[in-house]
Ligand binder design. Structure first.
Ligand SMILES: [Zn+2]
Length: 365
């Protein structure tokens, strides 16, 4: 098969953390401005430090990396710059629509209010989109406001998200320690969001298993699952060939499958944090391909581009290498994502058209 230029294909990013995607050089400059000490002082070594920490196999070391990124994202200027560069970097990767998530409560150390944080990020996103438009490109964005699950401010953060729904916010998420902090602990927040009809995606099935996924659907009313990879723990592999036809689905997997609840899968990130450990440590052992074969609504995501030293293009290239996907497989993942964005049906259909046009052009080449 002829080599596909994956970067040139239109793509959609559903699961990408703002504090996990900074440019190393930006971190250095922002750290200087606020007097924050970094583990390295030039961009190349700092980039390596992030990748090595994420690859260390130690979750505390992985999580430590975010102390440095959030430390330099405490002013309006810093947040605006990081958000603007988020747009530039996604556009350069061929992304036509990206939802960016972050927890505003982690950006208050130098006196910003929650509302100011959301506004600063929105300013950056809009500046980025305008600049891309002006250069003849195209990208649209949406903010996902995240509450930290070990904290007790979820209702306040949910209200913040609803307050900014006409200013760029498209949904709500919870992140952080999954085990021991299920959505049911934040019932008031999720009840409020349901009443206000704001979409939610919930990190679930990453550091915890099937019960956590069920809680995300039942109590979190999750319309998508952040990762959701451990839905595989609800599969019963009956045959010895390990293929899709020898698999039986448990009740939660059946529900996620039949309701076509999108899985925001992040293969490289899963390998680093051990979320898919029981399937093996290599890319090709990750259950993405199994879930795709079973007909789950799988999407391709980066999670933290800086820590995983990745892009959506790279994730898709690794998939082609691991599972021999062709253009139609890659198209399916992007259509799945386009159908799952937290936008109206008209916008979703426009995105689907855009994806199809780009993939058709690639066919003609
Ligand atoms: Zn995530």
């Amino acid at each position: 098969m002829k080599r596909i230029d994956i970067k040139a294909l239109p793509k959609i990013s559903l699961h990408d953390h703002l504090d996990g995607g900074l440019r190393p050089q930006t971190i250095i400059e922002l750290a200087e401005a606020v007097g924050h000490k970094l583990p390295a002082t030039d961009a190349a070594s700092l980039g390596r430090w992030f990748a090595e920490s994420a690859n260390s196999g130690s979750l505390p070391r992985y999580l430590q990396t975010f102390d440095h990124t959030t430390a330099v994202m405490q002013t309006r200027e810093a947040l605006t710059r990081v958000a603007k560069e988020f747009v530039f970097d996604l556009a350069a990767d061929g992304v036509v629509y990206g939802e960016v998530r972050y927890a505003p409560e982690q950006h208050l150390k130098l006196g910003l209010t929650l509302d100011e944080v959301v506004e600063a990020v929105q300013d950056g996103l809009e500046q980025g989109m305008e600049a891309i438009d002006a250069s003849g490109g195209f990208i649209r964005t949406g903010q996902l406001i995240t509450a930290m699950r070990h904290a007790d401010r979820a209702l306040e953060i949910a209200e913040l998200a609803v307050r900014h729904r006409d200013n760029g916010v498209v949904g709500f998420d919870i992140a952080g320690a999954e085990e021991g902090f299920p959505p049911s602990k934040h019932k008031l927040a999720f009840d409020y969001l349901a009443t206000e009809l704001l979409p939610t995606t919930v990190h679930a099935g990453e550091a915890d298993g099937v019960d956590s996924i069920k809680d995300a659907i039942v109590n979190g009313r999750a319309l998508r699952l952040g990762h959701g990879v451990r839905i595989c723990e609800d599969l019963l592999v009956a045959g010895t060939d390990g293929g899709a036809d020898s698999v039986m689905l448990g009740p939660v997997a059946q529900w996620v499958h039949d309701r076509e609840i999108p899985l925001e899968l992040c293969v490289s990130s899963n390998l680093q944090t051990g979320a898919s450990r029981e399937f093996g440590d290599s890319f090709e052992e990750h259950p993405f391909d199994l879930l795709y074969g079973l007909g789950f609504k799988v999407t391709v995501n980066t999670d933290n581009r800086l820590m995983s030293a990745t892009t959506l293009t790279r994730e898709m290239e690794l998939m082609v290498e691991a599972w021999d996907y062709d253009l139609e497989d890659l198209r399916q993942f992007q259509i799945n994502a386009a159908e799952s964005v937290f936008q109206g049906v008209i916008e979703r259909e426009d995105l689907i058209d855009l994806i199809n046009e780009g993939f058709d052009e690639c066919l003609d080449d």
